[in-house]
Write a protein that binds this ligand. Structure first.
Ligand code: GTR
Length: 426
């Protein structure tokens, strides 16, 4: 009997394994399914949105609620106490180019607390409040620049042999290791500040049924994990950006009407959701954000909803998993996420070799969001994507497809800076 059960188990797991192996990403345009996108400008009761006012008072609210309920999850109700402490302040950092601060932000609720460190570089010696790019980093604030003044994070970090990080604790060897992705000096020289946080301070990026990070602060009595429509990690990271924004709003050296939220890859999904859910961000940048970010889910090109929910069960709310195999029934698609930024400038960046993120699907989201932008200003995007390395910056939906692979480079930042110069009245 036991033998039969064992054999049966073996067969089931072998089958499951074969099924797993059988999945292959589609990279063939001719195999993209026929799809119909959900209506952007028709409200749940069938009325057509004709003005920006209709959009803002009716449809925008509906769409935001749909994304909360079915994709990213809503932040649970209830307030927290937030306190901010400047841990370090150096007025002549980076050889006098920058004023650097690190601020510890603590959020308390239900006798629990999380803390995160906001690292901010502002151009030194400027009197007027400055615009600021704000976004998460993947490996700790100390990795974005060799500057020895940056504190090492105490939070859990991914192990990396090449940096000798083996016990999930940051070390000196990792200082500056991601500097290539963060052209701090150029950003400062162009008159912008840079604010960044290690995303693992808010919620470590591995699936633990939401026992660590910010989620438990919001559990009701006896609650062990978020409800099906409550936040996954992406919504938690977006929430963290809003808490950092709360702080920036109190700081006279920063212009709160010109804070640009930026992110690469999973953190690009995060910057989009932060920009959608918090309209204090005046410009939004998505770099190679792909599935669950700028790319249309219904194209199922490269990474799919099923694939992302399987590989990263903690990123989205559990309701999203119900659509793994019926993406065409999702009440939203990602062009609606881009539309939630309107009329603020939004920039979508793709990379030619980053097919997993579906560059064409990222561009199409911009095209299909344009009708909402058009309610405010004429916003026209060509139906075909631009050539590689030919950025589109004039309209409020900016776009480029860079040569090369999945990454955020100096070239990308140059375009984001130009786009901000153009649209944030600098
Ligand atoms: C990949 C994931 C992508 C993207 C990327 C990243 O493994 O499939 O959706 O988020 O990670 O964040 O680097």
């Amino acid at each position: 009997m036991t033998r039969i059960i064992l054999i049966a188990c073996f067969m089931v797991s072998t089958l499951a394994c074969m099924q797993e192996k059988a999945w292959e990403a589609n990279y063939d345009e001719s195999k993209v399914p026929q799809y119909v996108l959900p209506e952007l400008l028709v409200s749940a009761d069938g009325s057509v949105m004709e003005t920006a006012d209709d959009w803002e008072s009716i449809r925008r609210t509906e769409i935001l609620a749909l994304f909360e309920q079915y994709v990213y999850g809503r932040v649970p109700y209830g307030s927290c106490t937030q306190s901010n402490e400047v841990l370090k302040h150096e007025q002549h950092a980076l050889d006098g180019l920058a004023d650097r601060r690190e601020i510890k932000i603590s959020v308390d609720r239900n006798d629990r607390e999380i803390q995160f460190n906001l690292l901010v570089y502002l151009p030194a010696g400027t009197d007027a409040p400055v615009p600021v790019f704000m976004g998460y980093n993947f490996d700790g604030n100390h990795t974005i620049h060799p500057d020895t003044g940056i504190l090492l994070t105490d939070s859990w970090v991914k192990n990396k042999d090449e940096w000798s990080v083996t016990n999930n604790q940051a070390n000196e060897e990792s200082r500056g290791m991601k500097a290539r992705r963060w052209p701090v000096n150029m950003i400062l020289e162009r008159g912008y500040g840079l604010a960044t946080i290690y995303y693992g301070d808010i919620d470590p990026d591995y699936h633990d049924d939401f026992q660590n990070g910010v989620h438990p602060l919001f559990y009701g009595p006896g609650q062990k994990m978020p409800e099906k429509d409550e936040w996954g990690s992406i919504a938690a990271w977006a929430w963290g950006l809003s808490r950092a924004m709360d702080y920036l709003e109190t700081w006279e050296a920063v212009d709160p009407s010109r804070v640009i939220v930026i992110g690469h890859s999973r953190l690009g999904k995060t910057s989009l959701w932060a920009g959608a859910s918090d309209q204090r961000f005046s410009m939004v940048v998505s770099n190679n954000s792909g599935c669950g970010g700028a790319a249309l889910s219904r194209r199922e090109f490269g990474e799919t909803v099923e694939r992302i929910n399987t590989s990263f069960p903690h990123w989205f709310c559990r309701n999203f998993h119900d659509y793994n195999r019926r993406v065409d029934e999702l009440p939203v698609d990602q062009h609606m996420l881009i539309a939630l930024m309107a009329p603020r400038p939004v920039y979508i960046a793709s990379a030619a070799e980053d097919l997993w993120a579906d560059p064409k699907g990222e561009y199409l989201s911009g095209i299909h969001a344009a009708p909402v932008y058009n309610l405010y200003h004429p916003t026209v995007l060509d139906t075909v994507p631009p050539e590689i390395n030919v950025p589109l910056k004039k309209s409020l939906i900016g776009y480029h497809i860079r040569s090369g692979g999945h990454d955020i480079t100096r070239y990308d930042w140059e375009q984001f800076l130009d786009f901000a110069d153009l649209h944030l009245n600098k």
